[in-house]
Ligand binder design. Structure first.
Ligand code: ATP
Ligand code: MG
Length: 249
């Protein structure tokens, strides 16, 4: 589904070049829910932005489905972002002037897919995420958890190849975080969604099928979930601790 191969990205600040991604490689299968963890500054958001094609990179290959991204023009990349990817942001980014249902339909409108199936799809997503009763309300009139479920539904309305999320639970209390993770799990189970989530939250990551651990611009480790969430969370914390000891040693 997604393959990232030997990705290199640096930022130029004045005359200095900062190498941020130094040859990151990994693969994600269709229908997988994968998290990326790693220290602040290790390049997680940069990598997500390269995959979203928000920022250019110098070297490496990114393949999404059967699309080789480095062969696309700016216009084709914008189209890919609008039609093939779904985004969930830390602060949800719902539009206050639109109802819950209109917010969910927005990416379809942007992609120009306003056919009759659009309303049916939005209604179905409202049902799956338990927000049918509030679909005609405005974001200011619903709870934080309902807003976040709306954001997940919105990310799915174009039937994207993949959902990309950067710290979607970053601003939330533990109960709302759990609701977001449950929404992703439901999207995976009911819609076979593929989800790629950057997170600092080991509890959230422990619900994923696999966790990619990044350090200093490369993939340091990839851990597989064998089904026991608390055991997997312990393994993740141990892997992160071992990595930081390696760095300071
Ligand atoms: N636009 C930019 N210009 C210059 N340097 C940048 C830019 N964006 C990020 N960086 C630098 O690149 C490095 C990696 O940043 P990135 O945001 O990818 O880290 P991260 O792993 O997402 O960290 P965090 O966990 O804090 O979100 C950091 O050292 C950061 O200062
Ligand atoms: Mg980040």
């Amino acid at each position: 589904m997604l393959s990232v191969e030997n990705l290199h990205k640096s930022y130029q600040v004045g005359r200095t070049t900062y190498e941020v991604l130094k040859g990151a490689s990994f693969k994600i299968d269709s229908g997988e829910f994968v998290a990326v963890m790693g220290p602040s500054g290790s390049g997680k958001t940069t990598m997500l932005n390269c995959i979203s094609s928000y920022i250019p990179y110098e070297k490496g290959k990114i393949k999404l489905g059967n699309i080789q991204m480095d062969s696309l023009s700016e216009e084709q990349l914008a189209d890919l972002r609008n039609r093939k990817l779904g985004f969930v942001f830390q602060d949800f980014m719902l539009l206050d002037g639109l109802t819950i249902k209109e917010n969910i339909m927005l990416p379809r409108m942007i992609a120009g897919k306003t056919d009759h199936g659009m309303i049916d799809t939005a209604e179905r997503l409202c049902q799956i995420f338990g927000i049918t009763a509030i679909k005609n309300k405005y974001p200011a009139e619903v709870s934080g958890g309902e807003r976040q479920r709306t954001a997940v539904a919105r990310a799915l309305v174009n039937n994207p190849l993949m959902i990309l999320a950067d710290e979607p639970t970053g601003n939330l209390d533990s109960k709302s975080s759990a609701a977001v993770i449950q929404s992703f799990k439901r999207a995976q189970k009911e819609l076979n969604a593929t989800i790629f989530m950057v997170t600092h939250d080991s509890f959230a990551a422990a619900h994923c099928d696999r966790v990619i651990i990044m350090n200093d611009g490369v993939v340091n480790n990839i851990l597989q979930n064998h089904g026991n969430i608390s055991q997997f969370q312990d393994e993740l914390l141990a892997a992160i601790k071992a990595m930081s000891e390696e760095v300071t040693a």
